[in-house]
Structure formats: C-alpha cells, structure tokens
Design a binder for this molecule. Structure first.
Ligand SMILES: NC(=O)c1ccc[n+]([C@@H]2O[C@H](COP(=O)([O-])OP(=O)(O)OC[C@H]3O[C@@H](n4cnc5c(N)ncnc54)[C@H](O)[C@@H]3O)[C@@H](O)[C@H]2O)c1
Length: 505
C-alpha cells in the first residue's frame, strides 16, 4: 500500500480536503494536535517541478555538507525552510541558504523561512521532503514525525540511537512509502561501491575475515557548568535524554560551540553518551555499513558479538564518556569474522580464505573538518588490493549492487557518486527502493554499530538474532528500547496520530 492509498483507507484524504488548514498532529511539545493521523497526499512532479525541502538542524553537517550539496541541484530542488533550536545557528542557516541561492540563481531576493520548532516546519504542506541533520538522540522522534507528516526523508547517520527506535522508523517508512536516504554516503563513492561489488561477485573467493578501523576518540570536554545561552531551549535540545535536574547541566562541550565562526567544528555531544555512542556509531555507521554491504548481509546481520574496549578518562574535570580503544568480533553465518579494532587503519579490508584481500577507504576525500588527514607518504590509497589485478572491473557482474536508471531516461552505469541526487531522483520517481541507503539497510547497518556499543556497555559477549532483533540477555535487551522523556517520545508521537507503537516495534 503506498502512502496515498494508506491515507485514503484511513479516511484521511477526506479530512485534509475538508479541513485544508488542519495541522498534522506531529507535535511532541505542546503544539496543536489534530484528532487523527494525518499525512500529506503525495505530490506528482512534473518535469520542471522542484522538490521543496526543509532542513532540520543547522549545525556542522548541514552547513558544511548537506545544504551546500543539495543547493547544487537547482534544477531539482529548493531549500525553502530551515530549523534550529539555537537562535544563532538558525539565523546563520537562513542567511547561508539565502546567500548561496542568490549567488547560484543570480537573484538578490531568495528567502527561506526559519523555525525554532521542527513541528512547525513539518506542518507546512508545501514542504515535500526534509533533511534531518540533528544530534543522534533526536533522529528517531523527528524521523517518525516527518514520515507521519508525509515527507520524504534524508536522515543523517547513524539511523537511530537504539535498535528499537530504528525498527520503528524502518517499519513506518515501509508503511508510508517514504523515500529515505541515510547519510552513509560512502555507498555512493566509487571505491567503496567497487570493492563491495568485487567481493560479492567472488573476486577473492569466500570471505574469511573483514578488518575495520573506525578511528579513535580522545578524552576531553569540560564538566564546569555554563549559563544556558539566551533563547536556546536547552531542555528541548536534551529531548528524550535525562534532564538538567537529572544532572545534564549545560556546557558548550556537551552541546556545541556558541562561536558561529566555528559551526564546522566537531560538536561535544558526539563523544558523550547518551547523545552519541562514540566512534562505534559515528564512523561505524560508514565503515560497518560498507562491511555488511560487501558481505551481503544488508538485510540481516551477525549471529553474535564479543570483545572489549577502554572508556574515556573522566578524571580532572573532563566530561566526555564514550569508548576510546575497541576490539570487537562479530561472527556472521559461514564463520565470517568481522573484526573492528583501533589497531587497523581507517577503512574496510575484505580478506578471502585464500589470503587475497581488497581494501577501501576515503583516501583524499575529506568531507568534514574532522575527517582524518590523508598521509602524505602515499600509504592508505582509497582502493588497494593484495594484487592490482584484483581491482580490474568485472565485465558482467552477477550481483549488481545498484543499477538505477537515471531520471532523465538515459542509461547510467551505477549510481556511484551522487548520494544527494539519488535521494531527489527517488522522490521524483516515488520509489523508496531507488535510494542506495534505504531505511531497512540503514537500520541494519546502524544495528551492528549499536550492538557493538551494547557489548561494550554490558561487558558481555552477546548473541544476536537478526529476525527477532533481540540478544536474549536481559541487561543488553534493555538497551534496545527507544529513548523517551516526558513529551519527547516516539510512543507519544504515534499515539497523537492515532497509531499504536506496538504495531511498529
Ligand atoms: N554523514 C556524515 O559524513 C556525517 C559527518 C558528521 C556528522 N554526521 C551526523 O550529522 C548529524 C548532525 O551532526 P553535526 O555534527 O552537524 O551536529 P551539530 O551539533 O553541529 O548540529 C546539530 C544541530 O541541531 C540542532 N538541534 C538539536 N536538537 C534540535 C531539535 N530538537 N530541533 C531543532 N534543532 C535541533 C542543534 O542546535 C545543532 O545546531 C549527526 O547525526 C551526526 O552523526 C554525519
């Protein structure tokens, strides 16, 4: 059932046309609620129609990557609204987008609306799609709200903060026929794509091991409280995580810098639980995604995980608390050992039973200021192999990872370099399977990252059943649950829209 027929069956299309000014009941914190679940009728795009996009979150990744790249597609989309809780970042995001479009379109009056609350942006019926560029602890509530509001969704990686949240997002996306793309953009980079396709077509025989390095976080941050900046709704920033009263005092190193010139800096929360889990979900959502894609387990996962880590030193007034070193083994059917260890260089190395190997990493691609520098000595090329011959393309691969037609009807080889355009084309085609990191794949990739975190947190070796998405260990399974606090809860969002969380969990 697609989104239009779902809404029709739910009697919602009638409600929308009878009450054109009705506000979708997507609010988590005090806005008006409509009585029934309301999504938007799906728009049919004519050849010259532009997709109207709202961007939620105006921090590092929105300003340095997602918005500049999306703005390039002037023939396909327009950013029409931005949103951020932080007034300085909200104003900066608005002027950034207006300036960029004025330059690109050679006009001087391009305007976007700026919202403090994402609920208001989602309530706009003229907005077709949203990019969610928020800290990880906010991904699930906003993604769920956006899907229910009928938007197509770009969601930054990791897909969710807990596996339970991810399952709900993926199930809802399927039900509502949402075209999703997740920010694990390495899938659209040639070297990662090529290696995965070579591996899946047997170039190095049966895989025995995959070695993955995801970098190393360092201790830091300051545990000295600071005054909350004027106009910044810090309680909402904390959202579904513990409140100030529960000890989450405000400091820039928990949140992000107030110096707008440094908006491109790595925010503090990214190395601070429960907002981020550290490198395991941060770069894990890139490299473990590639490992699982190359192994052909993108719709399922491993059978178990075991290993250990060291936690950040929080003595001497330091705040950050996620893992530093890590040494995790995931075992997949066929006895494949996925070994994630800080001793390995950044990247993914597939090793066959015969000892041959293929390796991929970003190489010279530096997307955000925090990406590692590429060594000048020529080591760590984006694509390497135990023998150069192994890198030769396969003429007619049996396993084709992605071979979409391009939107203009001309044939394309593979969609290997256009993650942002792939989302826009998926939206125009109304095809959730068109995107290279669709909701189910992204959920499965983020699940292994979260599972590694659960193993490190509990200190236990864990079984994993990819069907039930449970470990069977009571302590670990508690960590699967969605985060919630007061009004900040997926269950609330669903309930306010007449939906029962049990049907999607
Ligand atoms: N794909 C990639 O290569 C890549 C790289 C870096 C970061 N990321 C991901 O991008 C996301 C954003 O990371 P970032 O570094 O830009 O973080 P950031 O902290 O710099 O930006 C997030 C912004 O969201 C705002 N915000 C928080 N809660 C909000 C809410 N409820 N409503 C409105 N605004 C809210 C904050 O005020 C902040 O400005 C994260 O999920 C991160 O993991 C992806």
């Amino acid at each position: 059932m697609n989104r239009r027929s779902f809404l029709k069956n739910a009697g919602i299309m009638g409600a929308i046309s009878a009450f054109p000014s009705i506000v979708p009941s997507i609010c988590v914190s005090g806005c008006r609620h409509a009585e029934a679940a309301i999504g938007m009728a799906k728009r049919k795009y004519g050849p010259n129609d532009l997709i109207n996009v709202g961007v939620i979150g105006q921090g590092r990744i929105a300003i340095t990557m997602d918005m500049p790249l999306l703005i390039n597609y002037t023939g396909k989309a327009r950013i029409v609204a931005v949103c951020d809780l932080d007034p300085i970042r909200r104003a900066n995001g608005k002027s950034f987008v207006e300036k960029k479009y004025n330059e690109k379109l050679k006009v001087d009056d391009y305007r976007v609306d700026a919202y403090e609350n994402f609920e208001e942006l989602l309530a706009r019926k003229d907005i077709d799609a949203v990019m969610i560029c928020l800290p990880d602890h906010w991904h699930a509530i906003v993604a769920v709200s956006a899907i229910i509001a009928g938007k197509d969704v770009w969601l930054q990686k990791p897909f969710s903060q807990t596996i339970g949240e991810g399952r709900i997002i993926a199930n809802l996306a399927k039900k509502y026929h949402t075209v999703m793309q997740v920010g694990s953009w390495q899938r659209s980079n040639t070297q990662f794509h090529d290696v995965c396709e070579l591996v899946r077509n047997g170039r190095i025989g049966k895989i025995a091991k995959v070695e993955v390095g995801i970098g190393l976080d360092k201790a830091g941050g300051s545990s000295t409280p600071m005054p909350i900046p004027t106009g910044f709704n810090y309680d909402k920033w904390l959202g579904p995580t513990p409140s100030e009263a529960d000890g989450a005092f405000y400091t820039e190193t928990r949140v992000h810098t107030q110096n707008i010139k440094r908006v491109g800096d790595r925010p503090g929360w990214i190395q601070m639980a429960p907002y981020g889990w550290g490198m395991i979900t941060n770069w894990g959502a890139h490299h473990l995604d590639i490992a699982q894609w190359g192994l052909g387990f993108e719709d399922s996962g491993p059978n178990c995980v075991s290993g250990s880590c060291e936690w950040m030193d929080t003595t001497g007034g330091k705040l950050w608390n996620v893992h530093t070193t890590y040494d995790l083994h995931y075992f997949y059917p066929g006895n494949i050992d996925l070994h994630v260890c800080n001793q390995y260089p950044m990247g993914v190395k597939f090793i066959g039973e015969n000892g041959e190997w293929l390796y991929c990493m970003r190489g010279a691609v530096k997307v955000t200021p925090s990406d590692p520098d590429v060594p000048a000595n020529g080591k760590m090329q984006p694509l390497m192999a135990s023998k150069n011959k192994l890198l030769e393309p396969i003429a007619n691969p049996t396993v084709k990872l992605k071979e979409p037609e391009v939107y203009d009807g001309k044939s394309a080889r593979y969609n290997t370099s256009d993650h942002w355009g792939n989302w826009l084309d998926g939206i125009r085609r109304d095809d959730p399977d068109y995107t290279v990191t669709n909701a189910e794949h992204a959920h499965r990739s983020t699940s292994i990252c979260s599972l590694g975190n659960m193993c490190m947190k509990t200190g236990k070796a864990l079984n994993w059943d990819p069907k039930t998405e449970r470990t069977g260990d009571a302590d670990a399974d508690k960590l699967l649950k969605p985060f919630e606090r007061g009004p900040y809860s997926i269950a609330n969002v669903l309930k306010a829209n007449g939906l029962d969380i049990k049907k999607f969990a």
